[in-house]
Design a protein around this ligand. Sequence first.
Ligand SMILES: NC(=O)c1ccc[n+]([C@@H]2O[C@H](COP(=O)([O-])OP(=O)(O)OC[C@H]3O[C@@H](n4cnc5c(N)ncnc54)[C@H](OP(=O)(O)O)[C@@H]3O)[C@@H](O)[C@H]2O)c1
Length: 297
Amino acid sequence: MSTQRTGTIAVFGATGQQGGAVVDALLDHKAPVRALVRSLQSDRAQALAARGVELAAIRADDPASLATALATVEAFYFMTPEANSLEEVEAEIRVGTALVDAAAETGVPHVVFNSVFGADRESGVPHHDSKHWIEEHLRKSGLMRATMVRATAFMENFVTVMAPSLEHGEIVLRLPLPEDVALKMISVRDIGRVAAALLLDIAEAPGGVVELVGDELTGPQIAAAFGARAGLPARYETLPLSVLPNDLDRAMFRQFAKAQKNSSDLAVVRSIEPATLNLVEWLRATGWTAPADVAGS
Ligand SMILES: NC(=O)c1ccc[n+]([C@@H]2O[C@H](COP(=O)([O-])OP(=O)(O)OC[C@H]3O[C@@H](n4cnc5c(N)ncnc54)[C@H](OP(=O)(O)O)[C@@H]3O)[C@@H](O)[C@H]2O)c1
């Protein structure tokens, strides 16, 4: 293990979930952070500035702005924007390519790309294959050093798109996932902590790649964890893929079912960040409470 870096770390996506967690963890380590933002005036950018983060205005389609923002940094973290259509996948690839090219052009010593699990190969999931393509581009870029951190499903999805409901005194979780398939998951907080440890050279990912996973549970096991937290009975129901809003998500959930055969990096993640949360710990740490009972609505 080497000494912690002391120079500036650049972060793309700092106003978002994952990039924001990376900034939180870097600031915890008292590292100087430069956030690459498209608007210096946005509330989120200003909130970062108020915490001592340097802001650099960039446009992904303006290489000069990216080169200026990446000048003199010791390491660079980037994620790529959410894509819900094939057009957005194309845009995601354009952003990722521009960031890699700018980092290579500027000679950034270490780049950490926040990819997705399974991006070591093409899977037929458009917004995962985009990340596979960006990983390949990064490898061929001539950069001195690149690390891939491959995020699994965010635990935070359980308070938004995958939230369980409370129905007549019972916690009910419904997902388009067969009940014997284990879903890999991680908290956004821990994505930030692991990425920060790598950016700061506090830790190293074996072979330059780590799958970001904090827990691996089947639908019935996830429902049971929520039920135990609420002190209520719980059940799981498998939904058809047709409930998903687009072809991209349907392809992704099909892939989730296949991907469980692949081994997990749970132990590697814990060796980098020993306090990585499993689902039960995440429920406790976030103070999750059951939603209102539909019977009362
Ligand atoms: N949800 C999951 O469970 C999950 C799991 C694994 C991987 N992923 C992947 O995670 C990614 C999304 O990450 P997230 O949830 O952290 O994103 P997020 O919260 O939506 O934040 C997106 C960030 O990117 C910035 N951004 C977007 N487009 C930009 C552009 N053209 N130029 C400059 N900045 C731009 C945004 O800046 P502004 O403030 O200017 O908008 C914001 O800081 C997706 O690629 C998704 O596939 C998600």
